[in-house]
Design a protein around this ligand. Structure first.
Ligand code: NDP
Ligand SMILES: N[C@@H](CC=O)C(=O)O
Ligand code: NA
Length: 433
């Protein structure tokens, strides 16, 4: 075993800077853990003249990725530059050069994680990606190691800090959506184009990665049903609060009878669900295992040092494997063939807010339609609106199948008493699993 492991870094931005700081500041502890020193020797950047927050020799910076990847002295590549297709090519080239890879890149892992893991194993290399989901929370390791003995039934995650920050500000401080988004951008949580945060794509990528691992099935990004928070209104939040719910953007993954469903959608959580009190930019993943029951992983989902913690812990794992001579030996292929639930196999409760004509028989029309589709009411609110002759009705249903909801949604538009369907949200977290 070498007495000095050399790391090539692709990217020296928010996360890359944290990685260099941690390796430098925790050197003594790292050396004790892995039995050798660890050093960042080559770093890819876009601009070598930019002022950096860490001390690195100017000669270690390069504009050419292949100066890092082809360097025979570099043992491990840490990818913290972002990007998809070009970055995938770089990482495949690195693996083919027998370099181990650690990445924080959720966009890439969600789309090409299986391919990269396969290439790693064929080359006898490690490919680790803890930082790609929920930044500093050890959720990948939690599923892959901590809960390896269990059968995971359900995952529910708040895995996007930006949307959790926005919803918390709207809920607790009455801030408007636009102002809350601006603050999340100013604080640096949001992606450069925040559309992927607010429309749920960032969370969908993370849920695809988690569901693939938890269910050992090749779940792909396109298997995730996605909707974001951009149309959540103050009225929805207010009615939710009245009924004892908190709105969160929830990534939901569940498997029953070897069939999986994965979605990301704004969801009303019962206030007593543990995820309901995860606020601001924090992330959390609730995991229900058949044997263990309920567990929850909580912490910072982004940020320089939290994310670097996961990267450097992955480095510790790679170097430990080097010492033991077992790199690339972990099983990466999924155990099960992918099977997804059909709409008639997906069950949930829903919150529905409608504007209806306030006239005799309106309610009985609604009741007839819901019961024709085998959907029963659990909670109902009716409130007058400012406009004469129009009332707002909020219904929370008992659990029913997605197939029945879809039929009801199609038919409700044709009811003469219904003026508009204002919103429709999943409800979770009430009652036993
Ligand atoms: N920020 C966070 O909290 C989290 C980020 N991630 C992921 O980590 C990765 C990095 O994120 P972050 O540190 O925030 O990103 P930044 O934009 O802060 O940093 C990107 C770095 O990569 C360099 N870079 C980017 N493209 C190229 C290129 N084509 N050639 C050379 N250098 C390049 C930039 O160089 P230069 O400095 O010269 O401009 C910069 O140093 C992303 O995949 C992100 O999704 C994951 C979890 C949390
Ligand atoms: N934009 C992301 C950053 C981390 O992945 C988020 O808001 O969670
Ligand atoms: Na993580």
């Amino acid at each position: 075993m070498k007495d000095n492991v050399k790391v090539g870094l692709l990217g020296l931005g928010t996360v890359g800077t944290g990685v260099v700081k941690m390796i430098q500041d925790h050197q003594e502890q790292l050396a004790h853990r892995v039995g050798c020193s660890v050093e960042v020797t080559k770093v890819l950047v876009k601009n070598v003249d930019k002022k950096r927050d860490v001390e690195l020799s100017k000669e270690s910076l390069t504009l050419d990725p292949y100066e890092v990847i082809n360097d025979p002295d570099v043992d491990v590549i840490v990818e913290v530059m972002g990007g998809i297709d070009d970055t995938k090519k770089l990482l495949l080239d690195a693996l083919n050069q027998k370099k181990h890879v650690v990445t924080a890149n959720k966009d890439l892992v969600a789309l090409y994680g299986s391919e990269l893991l396969k290439a790693a194993s064929e080359n006898g290399c490690d490919f680790y990606y803890e930082a790609s989901v929920a930044g500093g929370i050890p959720i990948i390791r939690g599923l892959a190691d901590g809960l390896a003995s269990d059968k995971i039934k359900t995952l529910m995650g708040i895995v996007n800090g930006t949307t959790n920050f926005i919803l918390t500000k709207m809920n607790k401080e009455g801030m408007c959506y636009e102002a809350a988004l601006k603050e999340a951008q100013d604080l640096g949580f949001a992606e450069s184009d925040p559309t992927s945060d607010v429309e749920g794509l960032d969370a969908a990528r993370k849920m695809a990665i988690l569901a693939r691992l938890a269910f050992s099935m090749n779940i792909e990004l396109e298997d995730v049903d996605v909707s974001g928070i951009s149309s959540v209104s103050d009225s929805d939040l207010k009615h939710g609060q009245t009924l004892g719910y908190t709105m969160k953007l929830i990534g939901y993954a569940d498997q029953s009878d070897a069939r999986a469903e994965v979605s990301v959608q704004p969801t009303f959580l019962s206030n007593d669900h543990p995820l309901a009190s995860v606020n601001d930019e924090y992330n959390a993943v609730y995991v229900y295992g058949e044997a263990v029951g309920e567990t929850m992983f909580y912490g910072p989902g982004a940020g320089s040092l939290p994310t670097a913690t996961s990267i450097v812990s992955d480095l510790v794992a790679v170097i430990t494997n080097m010492r033991l001579g077992v790199n690339g030996k972990s099983i990466s292929a999924p155990q099960f063939e992918k099977q997804l639930k059909k709409p008639e196999e997906k069950f949930a409760k829903y919150f529905i807010r409608l504007h209806v004509r306030d006239e005799v028989g309106a309610f009985s029309e609604l009741t007839k339609l819901f019961s024709a589709n085998s959907i029963s009411f659990e909670k109902i609110l009716q409130l007058p609106l400012e406009e004469e002759g129009v009332a707002e009705i909020v219904i929370v249903t008992h659990k029913a199948s997605m197939e029945n909801y879809q039929k009801m949604q199609e038919q409700i538009k044709d009811l003469a008493v219904v003026r508009s369907i204002e919103s429709f949200y999943r409800v979770e977290g009430e009652g036993a699993k």
